[in-house]
Design a protein around this ligand. Structure first.
Ligand code: BG6
Length: 494
């Protein structure tokens, strides 16, 4: 960890969608809570030819649209931190002017990029990563006190991801590179670590002896959202599984790290990612949404939104295996898709049945009827609930034997922490970037292990000529996804 708090934050892609929706609102919210370094200057840069005042106007409009009114308290102070420099990052030409602007932004405290500290956030098309880094090097903006933060997509496969990583590594050491996976910024995702490692209850049973299988669902109701080119080149596997879902899987499956620090946590995650067994074609399902209705609204099909036919998957379900002692024989069922019936991200830990029922058989009508294996449901979003399903005796005189029923032991996080902000994931990540804590950022070896597994799936799809099966919007993907689990006697949690 590089020990300094940045006094300048340079945002590439500052007028773009991510900046308007997430980055500027997150920074403003942090500022309102007094969490940004007092002297932090934020310099935006993008292709648009606007001046400081116009950038502040754009930022104000974005904050009014995307930040709840009660969190906009410090907006005026925040807007004063902002300045802007137009730049075409594809050529070296403007980088000297940019460097002068960056230096000027730090001048009040008498710091330059070397004595203060600069955090750079690249939220641009990946094709600009290489030229941007060349420009930064040319302008002397890659020194020891400069951190580089990268937004996905980091490539489209292992090879292109390695090219990007090589280009970044040529200018920045790994301890100064911050790769974002915004799921790691979510409070509920971090809470997985607290659940597993701050409670003695779970760790002794967190293995193949007691766990039957794990399900990870990331369901969205949205469709293409106008991201025509990006999404059609990516598809659900690269857009969601390669990063967010594999990070969730790694947090569920990893061994206890020795401490909550960047090296220890990431060392354990990467071991899991490397232990993933290459999935076979028949362990995967792909789908593409057609017209249908989501939450009562009629919606068009993917091909209609796109304006052409496409072989890109908007849904995928995968039966994954982690080949190590702890998880021997425990499938991890992953599924994600767009235009599904509801927006939900959740993890289900399905435990095994008790080895012997003292209450007799479990057939309906018999004594002991109703005996079910326990499960633990971890809601990530929108509901932040943890629900442990336990068996209980149905009240009664038991003349025909004890009858059992599943009852939930439920914690609703917002109720448990009333009055605490539910922060935007980027608030945490931006603050960690400014301070230099890499724990919630993805290390190069993790990204590469993720790509290796995903590339092998794509290769399987190609080798077997697999194309996405249609599903009507508002359904849980194609019926083959249900069959994927059902042939193991498993039902997806719904
Ligand atoms: C992004 C994907 O990384 O995550 C999007 O590119 C997706 O396609 C989004 O919609 C989901 O994020 P969240 O935080 O809304 O679950």
């Amino acid at each position: 960890m590089t020990e300094f708090a940045a006094d300048r934050l340079l945002l590439f892609g500052a007028t773009g969608d991510l900046s308007r929706r997430k980055l500027l609102p997150s920074l403003c919210a942090l500022d309102a809570d007094g969490l940004l370094p007092e002297n932090l200057a934020i310099i935006g840069t993008a292709r648009s030819d606007i001046d400081d005042a116009a950038f502040r106007d754009m930022a104000r409009a974005a904050l009014e649209e995307f930040l709840p009114a009660e969190r906009r308290g410090g907006m005026a102070t925040f807007l004063n931190r902002l300045s802007y420099q137009q730049l075409d990052a594809s050529t070296l030409d403007g980088f000297d002017t940019l460097a002068a602007k960056v230096a000027a932004a730090g001048s009040e405290t008498g710091s330059d990029a070397e004595s203060g500290g600069l955090a750079i956030f690249l939220s641009t098309a990946p094709s600009l990563f290489g030229p941007t880094i060349a420009g930064l090097e040319h302008a002397g903006l890659t020194g020891e006190r400069v951190r580089m933060c990268l937004e996905k997509p980091l490539g489209t496969n292992l090879e292109t991801s390695a090219q990007i990583n090589d280009a970044v590594a040529a200018a920045f050491s790994e301890d100064r590179i911050f790769r974002i996976d915004h799921y790691l910024g979510k409070e509920t995702v971090q809470n997985l670590l607290a659940l597993r490692f701050a409670n003695i209850l779970f760790e002794p049973i967190w293995n193949a002896n007691v766990i039957d299988h794990v399900q990870i669902t990331v369901a969205e109701t949205v469709g293409l959202e106008g991201r025509v080119t990006f999404y059609d080149d990516a598809g659900a596997l690269r857009d969601m599984v390669q990063n967010h879902m594999l990070q969730l899987l790694a947090l569920v499956a990893m061994e206890p790290p020795t401490s909550f620090d960047a090296t220890a946590v990431r060392d354990e995650k990467v071991k899991v990612l490397r232990a993933l067994r290459p999935a076979l074609a028949n362990e995967t399902v792909t789908g593409q949404y057609r017209a249908g209705a989501v939450e009562g609204q009629a919606v068009p099909g993917y091909d209609e939104e796109l304006g052409k036919d496409s072989a890109t998957e908007t849904f995928t379900a995968i039966k994954a295996h982690v080949d190590n002692w702890r998880w021997k024989g425990v499938p991890f069922y992953l599924r994600t898709g767009k235009r599904l019936p509801e927006r939900v991200t959740e993890i289900l830990i399905q435990f095994r049945s008790v080895p012997h029922s003292i209450f007799g058989g479990s057939d309906a009508g018999n004594a002991g009827a109703g005996l079910q294996p326990n499960s633990l449901l971890i809601g990530i979003q929108p509901d932040e609930d943890i629900t442990l399903s336990l068996m209980a005796k149905v009240p009664g005189l038991d003349e025909d034997g004890v009858r059992l029923r599943e009852v939930p032991l439920q914690i609703k996080m917002p109720d448990a922490f009333v009055g605490q902000h539910r922060r935007i994931a980027y608030e945490r990540l931006l603050l960690d970037l400014i301070k230099g804590d890499q724990t919630l950022f993805v290390r190069r070896d993790e990204v590469e292990a993720q790509w290796e597994w995903v590339d092998a799936i794509r290769a399987e799809w190609e080798a077997h000529g697999i194309t996405p099966k249609p599903y009507a919007s508002g359904n849980w993907g194609p019926s083959a996804a249900i069959a994927l689990a059902e042939r193991d006697g498993v039902s997806w949690h719904e």
